[in-house]
Design a protein around this ligand. Structure first.
Ligand SMILES: Cc1cc2nc3c(=O)[nH]c(=O)nc-3n(C[C@H](O)[C@H](O)[C@H](O)COP(=O)(O)OP(=O)(O)OC[C@H]3O[C@@H](n4cnc5c(N)ncnc54)[C@H](O)[C@@H]3O)c2cc1C
Length: 368
């Protein structure tokens, strides 16, 4: 465990997380941002199409201006690439403390602090701000543990020299396959990339299919596994974590099924099986959510689960705050003894202003 006890640990380095970090920095609170991607604003870098303009949108009925002007997108929209470049300079200039490629996992209560578990070890903090946005990569669910399976690829050259398995049938999986095939081709590596999908049909757009086709024509060694199902995460005799994927199944008259399966070291597996909202993480953390019932919610649909937060964005877990896209498009606000749905548009404006209010609340609580 890291020895330092931070005032605030911030999970996610998007607009909400960086605004929180900047304000902590400004007011002398010790803090650290843990970002799972390669760089701050990875969420935006991953989801905005190339050349997209970034708007300083503000809900019509919002009374406040942007409360952290330093991260506000310019009034005259700029491309996402320029905005990302600006943010990178800002982070460097302010020397904000960010650890990248650290994926948050859980929070435990200790006597005087919160212990934050990540894939790179534990961190200690008095308060935790969850700013992980709305789009969380879906976990592979198999019997046993599949935690070591990657959900994206930062460096495709890592897979040169090994047989690699990519799981998922959409454009994201196809892009990962293309990137790894290209790296292997450039290094004259003949080890194949296996591409598995649970359904019989892969579903990629024309442009992606074209790029994949080109890579195959240039010598890409790909093995398609349609109708394949990841089944088990297990540790082999040599202590290697492996993923077993069933590639076909034959029902027999005597009731005994015959099937073929492949077993890959988990470190050679990437699962791009879409994203999900943050509710499974709230459940894991024991952060309370409430299901919307008919007539109660105006923004959310019946059955949607909304996170329960105080007026200062503190969750039902003491010392754990939630900000930004992670609580959009609405949440249940506890205020003056009543609970009601509160609109919370998923905008940079909302993310930044949440951060402002949360840091004010934390400063009050910590007396700083
Ligand atoms: C295509 C598109 C266009 C948009 N255009 C605009 C626009 O023009 N103007 C506007 O105001 N809004 C726009 N939005 C919305 C805006 O981008 C979001 O409201 C904003 O990014 C939310 O900020 P956030 O910090 O809460 O989350 P995010 O920006 O999603 O940041 C969350 C960060 O947390 C990291 N993270 C996730 N899980 C973990 C984990 N387990 N451990 C550690 N880190 C983790 C992610 O990598 C990410 O960097 C757009 C959204 C999309 C998808």
């Amino acid at each position: 465990m890291s020895a330092e006890l931070y005032d605030v640990i911030i999970i996610g380095g998007g607009p909400a997380g960086l605004a929180t970090a900047y304000l902590c920095h400004k007011y002398g609170l010790s803090y650290l941002v843990l970002e799972s991607g390669k760089a701050p604003f990875q969420g935006i870098a991953n989801t905005y199409p190339q050349g997209k303009l970034v708007y300083a949108s503000k809900p019509k009925d919002a009374p406040e201006p942007f409360l952290v002007d330093e991260l506000r997108p310019p009034d005259k929209p700029v491309t996402v690439e320029s905005y990302l470049q600006y943010v990178q300079h800002f982070v460097q200039h302010e020397n904000l403390h960010i650890r990248t490629e650290v994926a948050f996992e859980n929070i435990q209560d200790e006597r005087d602090f919160l212990s934050i578990t990540t894939d790179k070890g534990r961190f200690k903090a008095r308060k935790v701000v969850l700013a992980f946005g709305s789009s969380i990569p879906r976990e592979l669910s198999v019997y046993g543990d599949a935690k070591m399976v990657a959900k994206n690829v930062d460096d495709p050259t890592k897979y040169v020299g090994v047989k690699t398995l990519v799981i998922g049938g959409g454009n994201t999986a196809a892009d990962v396959v293309i990137a790894i095939l290209k790296s292997k081709r450039e290094c004259n590596d003949t080890q194949p990339v296996y591409w598995a999908h649970k359904s019989e049909k892969f579903d990629v757009n024309k442009e992606t299919a074209q790029r994949l086709g080109e890579e195959i024509l240039l010598g890409g060694n790909i093995r398609l596994l349609p109708g394949a199902t990841p089944r088990i995460g297990e540790v082999d005799d040599e202590g290697v974590d492996r993923l077993v994927i069933r590639i076909n199944e034959f029902k027999q008259a005597d009731g005994i099924d015959l099937y073929h399966a492949l077993s890959f070291p988990m470190q050679n597996v990437i699962a791009c099986i879409g994203s999900q909202g943050p509710v499974p993480i709230f459940d894991k953390l024991g952060v309370q959510t409430i299901s919307c019932t008919a007539g109660v919610c105006r923004v959310a649909k019946e059955g949607d689960r909304l996170v329960l937060l105080s007026a200062e964005f503190e969750s039902t877990r003491k010392g754990v705050y939630v900000v930004g896209g992670a609580i959009s498009p609405s949440y249940m606000k506890i205020s003056e003894g009543s609970i009601q749905e509160e609109k919370h548009p998923n905008l940079i404006y909302t993310a930044i202003n949440d951060a402002y209010h949360v840091v004010e609340a934390i400063r009050n609580k910590l007396g700083k």
